[in-house]
Design a protein around this ligand. Structure first.
Ligand code: ATP
Ligand code: MG
Length: 784
């Protein structure tokens, strides 16, 4: 232990060795907050605190796993195994499972993921005959989510005239009714959504003092990472559990609070000292993650926020290169810049792909980056898309398994009752839902009693429904003796899913089969892993719980070498040697939706601070002058955040123009890729008609290169004059047989003309490039 404690500086040692009482560590990015939490747990254990009595709440399950591994190297893995560590959701799902009957839930309750919630809400909106343009299910879901996270139950909703009024004003007077139906339906299906995991935990702890006492006694030491992003519901849970022993240690950084839009309450960190008596406050100031230039640039940004706690962050690390800023003409160019820069850095500094991360504000931005990385053959992985378990074919398999465990699970049933097709139509399903609502029973119970109830379904269909029930019941029988893997394997065959996936022999079908095999392997791993634990049951229910809460970040075992692509929100707490923050443009970052109030803008700035502080050695900030958004090409201006960084830490690098028309990379730019050509054509307009004005302050100091505003002409091309660049050829008399010359493909012959007006396309056989179909509006062609 001593040896490990020597890996902390004095400021970090103080909170690590502070064994008892409430304490808070407030410190800037990269200063070792997470490290302190980790070492503190190991220290507590070395001081005789039983590992069963420690609860650590982290922001991702991956963070919990890494922490546990670290602790295992210090105190030994058998002890570390007993620690309760994970996200709020995963920890309290486990507790709810034990205590479910108190709340009237079965212990095998299903966890509805966002997709399930969406589908249920959409179905309720339809059943209530509401206008789905007014009642958008995603908006409704997020509204319900915010009620739940503020502990506003349906009852509380109806007792709150302000809420009712607000929804009426938003032209959603039926909001309360939808909320009620949704809650009822989830309850009847034995299902909890993500927010329920917190809401129901609160209910459990407030309604049942004996349960509260049990967990207060169990979790004598509670630690919370990223405390600045806890919401009200989470806050109350932590308060309740720590109330008896008051051994609560939270760490966080108000400057990294970035989830207000999802209900996180920055006041939880600001008010911590008022919530407990004799709170010890610790500060850490030394950043170990980043170079001086990165730390200073980040400091100069966060300085612009008015609402913040005063904090010092400095580093004794190397000065490092300045933060590089790169301008591109289009988002496609931006992607190519990032890809070639990663490529160059890799070569120059002998780096792995996993040393790089590309961070963006919105998921939609990944496409251009992906395209460019693919062309360079740089392996990458996108995080935060659909998790593996949310893919269609995987959810199909899982839905069967869910139904085995909990036959009341309505969303699972609706998904597979006619998949693979069994001749059970939507009308039948609708009638089943009506009957289930009418009898106040689950759909599965209605199915089991289909002959005894009054329902308008013909005998043929009834028989099909009975077959379905028999199928599921046979799985349930098997589940009593077989392990999760054996059952899952049997289900994929007996349900007809394998046949369904194999049916068409398409590459998609093959991919689906492969995914299904991966799922089965995963279940096998799970079963094997559980065998090691003496008290584990290797039950399917447990596997499904893990799956419901898994994100693709959690699934990453670090076993493959790839560049990481993710939103900044997801990157919280992580670090990478090289970080590219892309799309630094007004209305994108800061987001157009966050510019109404100072507090929204400040949250965007904190987000930028989080992004920049992920970088260890080098950060790049990139922006494009035009970008495709919502299917339209728009002009963009550089983000104010770039200007807000102190010039001394910035290096404005060569404009992208000189990198354009790289024949190695841009091979299909003028080919069939219409959006890309549209982009370029418009970029050209800007390039030739509207020279871009520099937006940066004049540089001072000898090391600062002035920003190059010279628009250079690629050496390997003839200069494109204004006329050629913006004139379209579609109104010229190009005909079949014409010989033409293209800027990049060289000479060619027109084989075919199709379409009219601005959609006119020509199929041209080029001497160099082969046959290409070009949209004449954009093609740089000359008749020769
Ligand atoms: P964030 O605010 O981004 O979550 P953090 O405050 O949690 O950051 P850590 O992730 O714990 O910071 O630490 C940042 C990096 O510095 C890690 O790589 C960590 O291993 C390293 N580090 C922390 N403290 C020390 C130390 N005393 N000596 C050497 N390295 C350290
Ligand atoms: Mg951290």
């Amino acid at each position: 232990m001593e040896e490990y404690l020597s890996q902390l500086n004095d400021a970090q040692l103080a909170p690590t060795l502070q064994k008892d009482g409430p304490m808070i560590v407030i410190a800037g990015a990269g200063s070792g907050k997470t490290r302190v939490l980790t070492y503190r747990i190991a220290y507590l254990m070395s001081q005789g605190v039983d590992s069963f009595n420690i609860l650590a709440l982290t922001f991702t399950n991956k963070a919990a796993r890494e922490m546990k591994e670290r602790i295992a190297t210090i105190v030994g893995s058998s002890e570390a195994k007993n620690l309760w560590m994970g996200t709020f959701h995963s920890v309290f799902a486990k507790i709810l499972r034990v205590e479910a009957d108190r709340l009237g839930y079965p212990s095998n309750f299903t966890i509805y993921d966002t997709q399930d919630s969406d589908r249920l809400i959409a179905s309720i909106i339809k059943e209530m005959n509401l206008d789905k343009d007014l009642y958008k299910y995603k908006q409704i879901r997020s509204r319900i989510s915010s009620y739940k996270n503020s502990l506003i139950t349906v009852k509380a909703y109806y007792q709150n005239p302000e809420l009712i009024e607000a929804d009426a004003m938003a032209r959603r007077p039926k909001m309360g009714e939808i909320y009620k139906n949704y809650v009822d339906r989830c309850f009847k299906a034995g299902a909890m959504d993500f927010d329920d995991l917190l809401l129901k935990t609160n209910e459990l702890l407030t309604r049942f003092p004996d349960v509260l006492a049990k967990y207060q006694n169990k979790f004598r030491y509670i630690l919370v990472d990223e405390y600045q992003d806890t919401n009200h519901s989470q806050y109350l849970i932590v308060r309740a559990l720590s109330d008896k022993f008051q051994n609560i240690c939270v760490v966080g950084d108000d400057a990294q609070s970035i989830y207000a839009f999802r209900g996180a309450n920055i006041n939880n960190i600001l008010n911590f000292q008022k919530d407990y008596d004799n709170v010890k406050l610790f500060r850490l100031e030394q950043n170990y993650r980043s170079t001086k230039n990165i730390v200073n640039a980040a400091n100069s940004i966060i300085d612009k926020n008015q609402t913040k706690l005063d904090k010092v962050v400095w580093t004794s690390n190397d000065e490092g290169p300045k933060v590089k800023v790169n301008r591109s003409l289009t988002d496609g160019d931006e992607g190519r810049f990032v890809a070639s820069s990663i490529f160059e850095n890799k070569m120059q500094h002998q780096l792995k792909n996993s040393d790089f991360a590309v961070l963006y504000r919105t998921n939609a931005q990944s496409r251009a980056i992906e395209d460019a990385l693919r062309k360079r053959d740089i392996p990458y992985r996108i995080y935060g898309g659909l998790s593996f378990y949310q893919r269609k074919e995987i959810k199909d398999v899982l839905s069967y398994l869910r139904l085995v465990i909990n036959p009341a699970d309505e969303e699972a049933l609706k998904r597979i009752i006619n998949y693979p097709a069994r001749g059970i139509g939507q009308t039948t399903v609708d009638r089943l839902i009506v009957a289930a609502n009418g009898y106040n029973r689950s759909i599965f119970e209605v199915l089991q009693n289909i002959d005894k109830i009054d329902i308008n379904i013909n005998t043929g269909t009834k028989n099909k429904l009975k077959d379905f029930v028999t199928l599921i019941e046979s799985f349930q029988v098997m589940n009593q003796t077989a392990n999760a893997f054996e059952l899952a394997e049997h289900v994929t065959k007996a349900s007809g899913l394998i046949r369904e996936f194999n049916k068409d022999g398409t590459p998609e079908g093959v991919a689906r089969m492969e995914n299904m095999e991966e799922l089965l392997n995963g279940i096998k791993d799970f079963v094997e892993g559980q065998k090691e634990l003496a008290d584990a049951t290797a039950s399917l229910a447990e596997f499904l719980e893990d799956v419901a809460l898994a994100t693709d970040l959690d699934a990453d075992k670090g076993d493959s070498d790839h560049v990481a692509l993710m939103t900044i929100h997801l990157a919280k707490g992580l670090e990478f040697p090289y970080v590219y923050i892309v799309g630094l443009e007004e209305d994108l970052f800061p987001s157009a939706m966050s510019m109404n109030t100072r507090s929204e803008l400040e949250e965007e700035r904190r987000l930028f601070y989080v992004a920049l502080t992920r970088a260890e050695k080098q950060a790049y900030l990139t922006y494009a002058l035009t970008r495709y958004r919502w299917g339209k090409l728009i002009d963009a201006e550089p983000s104010r955040f770039i200007e807000e960084i102190d010039d001394a830490y910035l290096d404005i690098i060569t404009p992208i123009e000189e990198r354009r028309f790289n024949p190695m990379l841009d091979a299909d730019i003028f080919g069939d890729d219409i959006p890309e050509t549209t982009r370029r054509a418009n970029a050209n307009k800007i390039r030739f008609k509207k020279p871009v004005q520099p937006t940066f302050k004049k540089k001072t100091g000898s090391n600062n290169k002035p920003e190059k505003m010279v628009i250079s002409t690629p050496k390997n091309l003839k200069p494109v004059d204004k006329a050629t660049a913006s004139t379209n050829l579609f109104d010229t008399k190009l005909t079949v047989g014409n010989l033409v010359e293209h800027l990049r493909f060289g000479k060619g012959e027109v084989l075919k003309i199709e379409g009219t007006g601005s959609d006119t396309k020509a199929e041209i056989k080029f001497d160099k490039g082969g046959v290409k179909k070009l949209l004449l509006r954009f093609a740089k062609l000359e008749i020769i």
